[in-house]
Design a binder for this molecule. Structure first.
Ligand code: ARG
Length: 473
């Protein structure tokens, strides 16, 4: 049994807490990440208590000064976190009592750890969401920059990992710019649901004391107080949304990472990772391994797991607060850190990636990749598409049987399959013309892709500027 002497809820208890229980229930080793938010909250609460005359001016001043000192200790790493005090909230309050004595005993007036932790978490999420948006837009900017360099780099586009039709590398990477843009939008959208402050909801039912919930909400940057105290202390769907948005973004990064792994294999040899973003083998001296994208791919599993963890924690919980909710934090912190790091190393790997555009073009130069174009030429001659597809299918089989290159077929050869072919295959099929013919919005023609990159660039710059001004204010 350990001593419970510093415990803030000791009054009702005779015996000390079992040591294993203390270890099992403690959260301070991870929820210390909330310390700065908890301090911000406590300062707002103390000011409000003073303004509402629930505490005297001297007590208010002592509280604010004590909280200031604690903030210093947290920042310089000297704060003595004590697991016996369970969580970050009680650690701070107990430390405050050590520093300023009696006035510390008034800070928790009209407040519960339940509304406190719910508010801290929303404050944390607000910053984490902004950081995710910033990281996503920065990676998008890197992709746009690299894509611009590779407007004329052509590679096979794949379906079923079989070569399908040629595309520009810029077009391929722009697909990720779009995906990551929606990811950033998901985070931004979540911000709209981080606007109501739980503080003042008490343990679950509100308080008999005349608090000013509007004042604390405003001081903490919320639009107003949460409208239902039970909801405010019991709900964690904001954390769920954060985990979901993070899991989706990590899945997108994982797909990009998988392509880096594939493309850097000898079988593809499309790209080479820079030494700074690759690792060696401790056994095989010749090797350069894509560990960075491999770990991005693997860590998407953590992000998915974190989402499933919290969904599972919440699914059977009766209202309102239950201690189960303490398990919300590690998944959130872990996902935030995982996404932050994955975005950073992916941006670095892409920025420094060497691209073998000759190898890519060679892979895209198989005329078979233009078989669809051939069918569409027949459609232009008023042949129904299904018939054209069937005809070209027979042509492809013929080439495979005779070991012929599709472009070798003369007009006469083609006419044997359909007299409406307007010319020989060598005139009809050309890689660059094929790319340029795809000029509809969203397709792979040079101007189309360049315009899409321009539009993304404008959007990214605006988004980063907005984030910059938001963090400055
Ligand atoms: N550490 C707790 C958590 O994260 C704080 C709230 C504790 N409330 C309680 N009634 N035990 O949820």
């Amino acid at each position: 049994m350990s001593t419970g002497s510093r415990k803030l809820w000791g009054g009702r208890f005779e015996a000390a807490t079992d040591a294993a229980v203390e270890r099992f229930t403690a959260s301070v080793h991870f929820d210390r990440a909330l310390a700065r938010y908890d301090l911000r909250l406590s300062r707002a609460h103390a000011r409000m208590l003073g303004a509402c005359k629930l505490i005297g001016a001297e007590d208010q001043a002592a509280l604010l000064e004590g909280l200031e000192h604690i903030e210093q200790e947290i920042e310089d790493g000297s704060f003595p976190f004590d697991p016996a005090l369970e969580d970050v909230h009680m650690n701070i309050e107990a430390r405050l009592a050590e520093k300023i004595g009696e006035p510390a005993r008034r800070l928790h007036t009209g407040r519960s750890r339940n509304d406190q932790v719910a508010t801290d978490l929303l404050l944390y999420l607000r910053d984490a969401v902004q950081a995710a948006e910033r990281g996503l837009h920065e990676l998008r900017r890197t992709l746009v920059t690299r894509a611009r360099e590779h407007l004329d780099t052509v590679l096979p586009g794949y379906t079923h990992l079989q070569r399908a039709q040629p595309v520009r590398l810029a077009h391929h990477w722009h697909a990720y710019v779009e995906m990551l843009g929606r990811d950033a939008a998901r985070f931004r959208d979540l911000r709209g649901r981080l606007q109501l402050s739980p503080l003042g909801s008490g343990a679950l039912a509100g308080t008999t004391l005349p608090l000013d919930r509007e004042a604390t909400a405003r001081e903490l940057g919320f639009a107003g107080p949460a409208r239902n105290s039970l909801d405010a202390v019991a709900s964690r769907d904001a954390a769920l949304e954060f985990l979901a948005a993070t899991a989706i973004a990590m899945v997108h990064l994982s797909r990009l990472a998988e392509e880096l792994v594939l493309w850097s294999s000898a079988e593809f040899s499309f790209v080479e990772l820079d030494d700074a973003f690759a690792t060696g083998s401790s056994l095989m001296p010749q090797k350069k391994n894509p560990d960075v994208p491999e770990l991005v791919r693997a860590k998407s599993g953590r992000a998915i797991g974190n989402l499933v963890t919290l969904l599972t924690v919440l699914k059977g919980l009766p209202l309102a607060y239950n201690r189960d909710l303490q398990e919300d934090k590690e998944p959130v912190f872990d996902s935030a850190a995982t996404l932050r790091d994955a975005l950073e190393v992916t941006a670095g790997a892409i920025a420094t990636l060497r691209v073998d555009s000759t190898r890519m073009r060679d892979a895209a130069s198989d005329p078979m990749l233009l078989a669809t174009d051939l069918a569409e030429i027949l459609v232009g001659e008023d042949v129904p598409f299904r018939e054209a597809h069937e005809t070209v299918g027979r042509i492809v089989r013929h080439c495979l049987e005779k070991n012929l290159n599709l472009r070798q077929l003369t007009r006469k050869d083609l006419a044997a399959f359909d007299p409406r072919f307007p010319a020989g295959a060598s005139e009809l099929l050309d890689l660059d013309r094929s790319l340029e013919a795809r000029a509809l919005p969203g397709a792979t023609a040079r101007e189309t892709v360049a315009a899409a990159l321009d539009a993304s660039e404008v959007e990214i710059t605006e988004a980063l500027d907005t984030l910059q001004t938001e963090t400055a204010t």
